[in-house]
Design a protein around this ligand. Sequence first.
Ligand code: NAD
Ligand code: TYD
Length: 352
Amino acid sequence: MTYKKNILVTGGAGFIGSHCVRLFVEKYADYRVINLDALTYAGNLENLKDVEHNENYVFVSEDILNDQGIEEIFRDYQITDVIHLAAESHVDRSITDPLAFLKTNILGTANLLNAAKTYWKDDFSQHVFYHVSTDEVYGSLGPEGFFYEDMAYDPQSPYSASKASSDHFVRAYANTYCLQTKISNCSNNYGPNQFPEKLIPLMLNNIRNGKPLPVYGDGTNIRDWLFVIDHARAIDDIFHKGVANETYNIGGNNELQNIELVRLLCDLMDDKMNQDKGTSQKLITFVKDRPGHDHRYAIDNTKLTTTLGWEPSVTVVEGMKATIDWYWDNEKWLRNITSGAYMEYYKAQYSH
Ligand code: NAD
Ligand code: TYD
């Protein structure tokens, strides 16, 4: 079969990537989705069990740092477009190993841009390089204000510095070589399949097992939470309808202090576990703060909602309930991950 597009999705075995792959595979039978992933600690093909036999889905094990391998994939699969999600994504890990972030997030992105530049050179207008990025590139907000698309970058962690740099490379390739690019900067995601060292799955796992709930600092840091499926829907809208070489902020207007969020999770889990309200909150433990901890992130999503008509499909309570149900029903998925290397990481991260 000849496909209308052969879309290379990088990082498709990860959290957001797997939801993005599923949406494109199921919604667009006339596209072939080539999922390229190095299957690092964060990549898990279990996330895509339900679509792995679809005819328009292919998995390729590759590292975005391998320039030759990437070029071969462009050639072998006649890649027409890229949706680039592969990255080192955890701020705490970037504090312990910043160079790993520099390599994957900056050099890896540049490798993909180079392959696109080489392979698409006859007509860049027929191809899109979509780079998935984070709102953390804008830095840390005080109590007022929002992140706008035209704001100056001010990254504060090795993770956000590496993502900011990769965004700059994408814009530089658009400007210098006429590559057609799109960038989105999204707020914190939550939902099924998130690796359990991130805040929400970590808390849900610990609540279920009666373990302490480690809240960094005084818990007043604010994040703007978005259900992962709504992020995948926004990527679909921007990929198809977004203006070339523009940037879109994605967020659901759900600002919560970390401590408010953890209390909400505790209350919802008390319901789920048929225990008295307040039981899980007793597990909350304030621990040493993250160095350089960004205080507040908040997205202005006006451009996305007004120009592309995107809206979040769930409220934060609906999304959190769906997430709790998913983790509850998929204990095996969680257990497979939270053993071995995960426990080593956990001990090192929370021992002080
Ligand atoms: P994740 O850590 O769950 O998944 C990353 C995936 O990339 C994994 O499958 C991993 O195996 C793969 N990968 C890592 N290094 C690779 C390499 N060198 N070559 C090939 N594959 C590699 O991350 P996520 O939370 O799903 O984030 C996906 C993207 O979205 C990232 O670019 C991240 O910066 C961005 N983002 C994430 C959030 C969030 O809240 N999680 C918010 C905004 C933007
Ligand atoms: P995280 O999920 O790591 O996302 P990010 O740092 O990219 O926003 O953390 C979300 C927030 O939760 C952040 O302010 C740090 C905080 N946090 C804790 O308080 N305790 C934890 O154990 C973790 C992992 C995070």
